[in-house]
Ligand binder design. Sequence first.
Ligand SMILES: *Cc1c(COP(=O)(O)O)cnc(C)c1O
Length: 414
Amino acid sequence: MLNNFELLPLHPTQILKTMYGKIKKHLQNELTTIKEAGLFKNERVIASPQSAVIKLNSGQEVLNFCANNYLGLSSHPKVVEAAHKGLDIRGFGMSSVRFICGTQDLHKELERRISQYFKTDDAILYAACFDANGGVFEPLLSEDDAIISDALNHASIIDGVRLCKAQRYRYSNANMEELEDCLLQSQTQRFRLIVTDAVFSMDGNVAPLDKICQLAEKYDALIMVDECHSAGVVGKTGKGITELFGVEGQVDIITGTLGKAFGGAIGGFTTGRKEIIDILRQRSRPYLFSNSLPPAVVNAGIAVFDLLETSTVLHDKLVANASYFMETIKKEGFDIKKSQSAIVAIMLYDAMLAQNFAAQLLDEGIYVIGFYFPVVPKDQARIRVQISAAHEKEHLNKAIAAFVKVGKALNVIK
Ligand SMILES: *Cc1c(COP(=O)(O)O)cnc(C)c1O
């Protein structure tokens, strides 16, 4: 008997073409809409390692003020050396998920170091924090439970919540009255989990974790914080928001990334209560069904914690750099959001102005990006500056001078 395929005279690639035509047209229209709205994202291409000073593929050398390289570890010699060593001693790839044959001594050591750093029971590694957040809710909570989420939480938290059947509650950014309302409304649910970013990436403000802890205790709720822009940055020695508020041990779940302050390559983690981590190892889908981190990345991660546990010089320099930049740029007349992190939101409000401002700064040798709708609310366009321990005083001064020059030219400051 002939099946349908044998009856068709078309070659498979022709079939594909016929079927692609409709969606191709649709996608082209979508792309045109994005471009016409001025929202198309072009990627600038870098032809050097990540650092304070980078070279673009045009040959232009610029100062980088938009990397998540808060501690300057992305190209730190000790981190690069540890990555080489990881490659030498444990090879290139694991070719396996963790529970089959993807767990080396290095993975266990890095997990131990992460939980030591955050003063938690245990930690579990993921390919990225996007996966950590994507795989944390569904194994722990069901339709009998409630997730209470800050409105400005990261996209990966929003997606993770979508994958879970728990009831959803949302409060305006850092609004503790609304959080209390959500807690009251969800009292009939079995478990309640409050989830928040530690540092909100668009404004640089921190979540009021002291008050969240009080409310969690009063209304019997668990707490999860995402440390991505906070770990290595916030707190007396940079150990994140639990150190900042002195609430170590009170947060049940912490998620974080190795892709920002901690070396900037790839990798994420969840750290917290023992039983929670134990269940994630059994049930978390991005952990069970996705490849184990490569040894070079893992060994470099261990080196990052070696550096941070033995000295606070990088964090001290970051804090000094951030406060110098914020104070000076404010004195020059710029309107900046109140920040307790290494993120400085310089408000311009208008999307075209923000794009124009960033383009002119690039001509002055300063690499920053304008942020506008839909990344931030309409009429809240801004330039987000990220300070690093890799910046020297002369870099900060050059950036400030460029902001002043362009700010005057574009009538943003007098
Ligand atoms: C960057 C970021 C993530 C994603 O981290 P990756 O490791 O890059 O996937 C998750 N949450 C927050 C708050 C972030 O800023």
